[in-house]
Design a protein around this ligand. Sequence first.
Ligand code: TXE
Length: 486
Amino acid sequence: MVFIVFMEKILNYINGGLQEPVCKQFMINTSPATGQIIGQIPDSDAADVALAVQAAAQAFPHWSACGVQERSKILLKLADLVEKNLDALAEAESLDNGKPLKLARTVDIPRAVQNIQFYATAAMHLHDEAYYTEPQAINYTRREPLGVVACISPWNLPLYLFTWKIAPALAAGCTVVAKPSEVTPLTAFLFSKLCIEAGLPAGVLNIVHGLGHKAGQALVENPDVEAISFTGGTQTGKKIAQIVAPRFKKLSLELGGKNPNIVFEDCDFEKAVQGSVLAAFSNQGQICLCGSRLLVQKSIYDKFKQAFLAKAAALKVGNPALSEVQVGAVVSEGHYNKILSCIKLAREEGGKILLGGGPVQLPAPNDKGFFIAPTVIEGLSQECRTNQEEIFGPVVTLMPFETEEEALQYANGTEYGLAATIWTENLKRAHRIAHGIKSGIVWVNCWLLRDLRTPFGGMKQSGVGREGGFEALRFFTEEKNICIKL
Ligand code: TXE
């Protein structure tokens, strides 16, 4: 299949076919790197969600009962098709999101392939428990797929996070209604065409495009949806939790972060600088795992600051299509304005801008794009809003600390608890700090090194539940214990 991504009229994927929304209303989709219109997005509402949920409910008995091998075979075929279309999908992702094409080609799309392959095979290894209740009974526990589930994904890693949710749900035997972000709907649409090509039975996966408060909320509220797997902002997560709590739906929330990146004086200096730049500015800082608070031990603070600034200043901001570009456009005009207002706030709070601090003006065809220079700020207190609130852009703060206790106090001093990175060559210190940090993920001397078998998720306001490995398969299934009297 050859995709033509320019001026794409996106359609919903419901019951195995592509269709316009019931209301026939569309929104425009723009490329953040040029400001140009690149297509139309269905403005779906509760009527489309109802059709999708109905299709998923009809598909559930067969899909859940056909056996894990059958599901695995189709999912692996789908993974192959995504791999075959890697270039076109990467181009679409870069066009839609503003991220460097190279990043989409080497990270986003390959990871989407891995997500599907991983869960297509992992599901075959999910085992049940059995207990011999001597001498009178045998108990065995069956994990049953939940039914119709909702997967709601964000715009920062569109196909990567979309497949990270739907793959375990489908592999576990659930049928899915998915809502990709309205900001970056393109690759999910192209993916729906690949589902048709792969022979995924009608209704097993349904993709409804539209606004969060409209299509998304209708999906969350739908009484026939058994569980919600959501990745996005903490405020949206709270709203969803309020809706589903009285309905006792299962809920997995992957939310924001304000992650500390802690550099000790005994680190491997070059690796720490290199890794910290990557953690700060990858994907324009729009990854919930980005290290946006750089905590550096006082004895090496000045040396580290100079080296970090030099590396960050050398990052090439520009047209995402060019292979030498490392920082592309941020995702939308709204988000661009949000990030700029955060930088303004940092100034008002007394922050000193060491690097960047505003937009980058590029020549045509990117003169109307949303580019922000990698920005480094120092001189702010731990308690100020800039150090407490998620900015989700290419903006980091630098803070010195003296002792381990102080580093831990700063690291844990926000309402978030998603990820942390520690740079030290002292193994005992690495363990001590890793154990003291309240976050779901801790990286030592690396960042974003992922093994899909490991639990992934946040503490505190960063979320509820864990994705990854068998955790996700357990989320999409429910135990039933069967006790047989001998
Ligand atoms: O996310 P939203 P937004 C953070 C980041 C960003 C902020 C807001 O700080 O600045 O969140 O981003 C759907 N019912 N992250 O506004 O709105 C929406 O359509 C059901 C962190 O773009 O949370 C989209 O599909 N669904 C992050 C998805 O939720 C609703 C990734 C996420 O959108 C809904 C992105 C509703 N009421 C942003 N409202 C991460 N953790 O990786 C919205 N949606």
